[in-house]
Design a protein around this ligand. Structure first.
Ligand SMILES: Nc1ncnc2c1ncn2[C@@H]1O[C@H](COP(=O)(O)OP(=O)(O)OP(=O)(O)O)[C@@H](O)[C@H]1O
Ligand SMILES: [Mg+2]
Length: 383
């Protein structure tokens, strides 16, 4: 699928912006704080109904204004042109429209446009705490599986109740009988989540491994492992394993007043050449792994939807050496419509920049950048 037109009105620093990106790579160049990330943020919001950084809608409205609008025209292979629009107001709830028709259910809007976004914050999936990796799993799997999303909400509720009971048993004593009932519910829902996480990680890992090899070159192998809080096997009986592990930790749970095993304690492991990238990886390796994981998501989405999503790369080339950068954009070039931001075109391979559509972003305005071509480019083109 392809974005044909993006229109922003009073969206963050952009008073009025129209962007008509081309089918391949589109480069958005500009200094710090000029509005580059804002453009990607708007696309992501239209695709997922969530902003990658704003907590509240009002943050997205240009200072001093009452309303903001973002809209896209998307060309899809399966259903032709689709228009998605979000209108934000300081006083009222947001209004979303698909092809001009108001839609109140988020599910009717999400997925009209598919987008995968990479920002520096995604490095935290690799570098940060396990909770960030669980969040990543939850977000990604929820997007492809409404059942998972439902199970996740149920699990949180059960876990909260079970923890409350454990705490009360620890502090005030009492019969532990009702604990078994909560444990059984925890196992039933938790085992389904773990099964889904295991399958997702295997699919993701398969694609990410191939892509990492393309970016980092041969000799570096990436492995992504699902690391549940109890030992499980693909095809094994996860519920039984979960149940017996709960039995084993029962006394400790009663003493500490907290649930010690289950999907809320899961983690993901990223290994390059057999060692943990989180602990031993260089900055460039960690970024390469994060990028490979995002590009693997593009592949998973392509498989599921039947056409490639739009890829949004916010300052993706930073920290990578020249060869990795070249290989990254070689991989991206063949993959899908891409919007990539940078503060300096020299950060991108010259060959890519030459063939890309280029835009300059300045003070919340966007201009086509053909006139930005350097002397060397022009000489190169006429050769
Ligand atoms: N609601 C708002 N109204 C007006 N301006 C805003 C609003 N929210 C953020 N801004 C401003 O928008 C500017 C552009 O931010 P943006 O993150 O898009 O910059 P950027 O070009 O990606 O910069 P960098 O290269 O530093 O990442 C910032 O200066 C920010 O303060
Ligand atoms: Mg930015």
């Amino acid at each position: 699928m392809q974005i044909e037109k993006l229109l922003l009105v009073d969206f963050r620093s952009c008073a009025h912006v129209t962007l008509e990106p081309g089918p391949g790579i589109n480069v958005l160049v500009g200094g710090n704080a000029q509005g580059k990330s804002t453009l990607l943020e708007a696309v992501y919001l239209l695709a997922t109904s969530r902003s990658p950084r704003a907590g509240k809608d009002v943050e997205l409205i240009r200072w001093g204004q009452e309303f903001a609008t973002a809209s896209v025209e998307v060309l899809r292979e399966d259903r032709g042109e689709v228009g998605v629009e979000v209108s934000l107001s300081r006083t009222d709830r947001r209004v979303m429209r698909v092809n001009g028709v108001r839609r109140s259910r988020v599910a009717d809007v999400v997925g009209q446009l598919n987008a995968v976004l990479f920002t520096a914050a995604d490095l935290d999936i690799i570098r940060g705490e396990p909770s960030l990796r669980r969040r990543f799993l939850n977000l990604e799997i929820s997007q492809v599986s409404p059942q998972y999303c439902h199970a996740l909400l149920q699990y949180r509720r059960i876990l909260e109740q079970r923890n409350r009971l454990l705490k009360s048993l620890r502090d005030h004593g009492g019969s532990a009988e009702t604990l078994d009932a909560w444990s059984e519910q925890l196992v039933a829902v938790g085992a389904r989540m773990m099964e889904r996480r295991l399958a997702f990680t295997m699919d993701l890992g398969r694609h990410a491994q191939r892509i990492y090899r393309e970016i980092a070159g041969s000799g570096e192998e990436l492995n992504i492992h699902y690391l549940p809080s109890l030992p499980i096997e693909a095809g094994g009986d996860i519920a039984s394993a979960f149940r017996s592990r709960l039995e084993e930790v029962r006394q400790e749970e009663l003493a500490r007043g907290i649930t010690l095993v289950g999907p809320h304690r899961d983690d993901l492991g990223f290994q390059v050449k057999g060692v943990d990238v989180r602990v031993f990886g260089s900055q460039g390796q960690q970024r390469s792994v994060a990028l490979s994981t995002k590009l693997a998501e593009v592949e998973l989405m392509r498989e599921r939807v039947g056409e490639a999503p739009v890829l949004l790369l916010d300052d993706a080339g930073a920290e990578l050496d020249e060869r990795r950068r070249e290989r990254l954009f070689d991989t991206v070039r063949e993959c899908c419509q891409t919007l990539v931001t940078c503060t300096d075109e020299a950060m991108l391979p010259a060959q890519i920049v030459r063939n890309a559509q280029r835009y300059r972003v300045e003070e919340g305005r966007v201009a086509r950048g053909d006139d930005l071509m350097t002397h060397d480019d022009r000489v190169g083109q006429h050769r």
